[in-house]
Write a protein that binds this ligand. Structure first.
Ligand code: MEV
Length: 320
């Protein structure tokens, strides 16, 4: 049996804007998905019959790293809520790639796993997917994805994509967070409503021709650029304020919901700051807080599902 696991992600700044040239800043969090693979007489997924040709993410990874000819039994065990803005499909894709490539006898590099998982995401998201989720799940830690290289950061790789909105280029960097930030508990509040990233990015794309909308998007981009400097300074109060400001801008561009707004409101008295994270519509909020249990209680009282977690150093990894 070959087994690998990978972390979920949360975006601190720059969701949506990263598809239009802005930096996205994302962290890996300690909710993980594991995938195990073994030989079988027929194709199975968690013990049930499975057709790899019709499962968009797994099918893609199997054709890149596994063998379509010899059937496999694949088991997935995930602690990441699905379609909730936490990168569950990216984590599954990079973990599947690692398990499948080690099964087929040539373990793929972290970079090729991230690239293959991004191709799978892009095809599932109608060609509109940045490499943010897949890169942070592969690398762990904190990652900054930008449309050009940022010389002060550690450069990992570049990715190009033909999207419905033209050719896109991204540079993926790792950022080492000061301990004053990486040691703060991360609280996630799930609304319980799933949301489709493909639909949310389409809604945004359809409004990008309006100048007022583009002006708000430019503010999301500018804040994300400023946040890179704030993160290196490591002051959680300043980061928290910027997160809340980011939430208000995301609300302005229409990707929040009243439930997301209520969850943000509810955790503010107990946290440095909070915002929706990921594509929005439904999904989750993220809060940085030294009072994680009070945040969790406030999320529960507002009808959400809390996850008290932490920053994850480790990206995709082989499991014993
Ligand atoms: C999804 O986690 C974040 C978005 O920016 C889409 C993407 O980056 O592919 C909304």
């Amino acid at each position: 049996m070959w087994c690998a696991d990978a972390p979920a992600k949360a975006i601190l700044f720059g969701e949506h804007a990263v598809l239009y040239g802005a930096p996205a800043i994302a962290i890996a969090i300690d909710l993980r998905a594991s995938v195990s693979v073994k030989k079988s007489t027929n194709w199975l997924l968690n013990g049930n019959e499975f057709n790899p040709l019709i499962n968009p993410h797994l099918g893609h990874l199997i054709s890149e790293f596994g063998t379509m000819q010899s059937p496999l039994s694949i088991s997935i065990d995930s602690g990441i809520p699905i379609a909730a803005g936490l990168g569950s499909s990216a984590a599954l894709s990079v973990a599947s790639g690692m398990a499948l490539s080690s099964f087929s006898g040539s373990l793929a590099s972290i970079e090729s796993l991230a690239r293959a998982a991004h191709r799978a995401e892009a095809s599932a998201q109608g060609g509109r997917a940045s490499p943010t989720d897949t890169s942070v799940s592969a690398l762990g830690g904190a990652v900054i994805v930008n449309s050009s290289r940022i010389e002060t950061l550690e450069h990992r790789w570049s990715i190009d994509l033909e999207s419905p909105d033209g050719s896109k280029h991204w540079d993926v960097h790792s950022l080492s967070l000061p301990k004053s930030l990486s040691s703060i508990p991360v609280v996630i509040g799930f609304t319980g409503n799933s949301s489709s990233t493909k639909e949310m990015v389409e809604i945004v794309a359809n409004q990008m021709h309006q100048s007022a909308f583009r002006a708000s998007m430019n503010e999301v981009s500018e804040l994300s650029r400023q946040a890179i400097e704030l993160l290196s300074q490591g002051d959680p109060v300043a980061i928290g304020e910027a997160m809340l400001q980011c939430h208000h801008l995301l609300k302005e561009i229409g990707v929040s919901s009243s439930h997301l707004d209520n969850l943000v409101e509810a955790v503010l008295p107990f946290s440095f700051g909070a915002k929706l994270t990921g594509a929005g519509g439904g999904g989750c909020i993220i809060a940085l807080s030294n009072e994680p249990l009070s945040c969790a209680e406030a999320i529960r009282k507002s009808g959400g599902i809390p996850y008290v977690t932490s920053f994850a150093e480790n990206g995709v990894q082989i499991m014993p």
